[in-house]
Design a protein around this ligand. Structure first.
Ligand SMILES: [Zn+2]
Ligand SMILES: [Zn+2]
Length: 301
């Protein structure tokens, strides 16, 4: 069994190109595959490797003061180490982009990006969220993931601004403006998106903003099957994951075509659509063959 690690760190990287080469050769030497982005604002990555390889990598990173306090998320990978097709380590402008000031959005160009080291939500440990549920505290979970990611699983009490893409966030804030004086908790897969998303809410005047420390994956690991129902969408070949015993696992996803219970994702076979959606084994015996709708099926013919 291979292991998948998920990690990020907002920290100043002086020379991203040089850091990228260092990271790439480390991953190569350890035989890991996966993806990593290096930017001036930090690093964001996910790798699959043998237990020995990922352990060595984490030790190597911990020895570097810039990365010593990374919150590592470890989960079971594939049997044969094929969660990722290859190793890709790239330099980008940001590790997560809100596209603030992007001329392609309607926001104008004066908006500055969020620096989580300066403005971000309060980190909430999974055990503290568990107590919030237990105490019946009034709070609202704002899920910062993309819409298709919520289809296989989400927290109870979730408010979802309905994002087709994380870039929509700035425009979607208006839909949760009624929560400005409430206790708000932002969540995402491993926490990296919430660092900026919660910071944006703080900047927009939300008064009590928290972010789930270590993301949904850390909560599920500690409290499998509790409060977060279903499976967590992940960006590798596994597509979804959970920490429950298979016999106790609850599937909350439903096939978009027939409504039967399923958490199997496929892409719409109409390349002009390419919607990522849940589709059961019966509606699409082969993963590639499904159309998400009647109109897409017409185009495909
Ligand atoms: Zn179906
Ligand atoms: Zn379609």
């Amino acid at each position: 069994m291979y292991k998948v690690i998920l990690f990020y760190k907002y920290t100043r990287i002086k020379d991203p190109a040089k850091e990228m080469l260092r990271q790439k050769s480390a991953a190569e030497v350890l035989g890991m595959r996966g993806r990593m982005i290096v930017a001036e604002e930090g690093v964001n990555g996910t790798f699959e490797g043998t237990l020995d390889a990922v352990t060595k990598y984490m030790e190597w990173m911990k020895a570097d003061p810039r990365f010593s306090d990374i919150h590592w998320k470890v989960s079971n990978g594939t049997e044969d180490g094929t969660a990722f097709p290859k190793l890709s380590v790239k330099v980008r402008k940001e590790i997560v982009s809100l596209h603030l000031g992007d001329p392609s959005t309607s926001l104008g160009t004066s908006e500055r990006d969020i620096d989580p080291n300066k403005i971000t939500g309060k980190h909430l440990k999974p055990k503290d969220l568990r107590s919030w549920y237990e105490e019946g505290k009034e709070f609202y979970i704002v899920d910062m993931r993309n819409d298709y990611e919520l289809e296989s699983g989400k927290f109870e009490k979730t408010i979802f601004p309905g994002m087709e893409n994380f870039r929509d966030l700035r425009e979607k804030v208006g839909e949760i403006v009624h929560l400005k004086d409430k206790t708000v908790l932002t969540v995402c897969t491993g926490g990296v998106r919430c660092e900026k998303a919660s910071g944006l809410l703080v900047r927009e005047g939300f008064s009590d903003v928290h972010q789930l420390d270590g993301g949904i994956v850390s909560y599920m690991e500690q409290y499998p099957g509790q409060d977060f129902k279903g499976s967590l969408y992940v960006f590798d070949k596994r597509l979804t994951m959970h920490f429950e015993d298979p016999e106790n696992h609850t599937i909350i996803g439903t096939c978009k075509l027939c409504g039967t219970t399923s958490e199997r994702y496929v892409n719409c076979a109409n390349l002009g659509c390419h919607l990522h959606f849940i589709c059961c084994n019966t509606c699409s015996p082969k993963n590639e063959d499904a159309f998400c709708s009647e109109s897409c099926a017409q185009v495909g013919k």
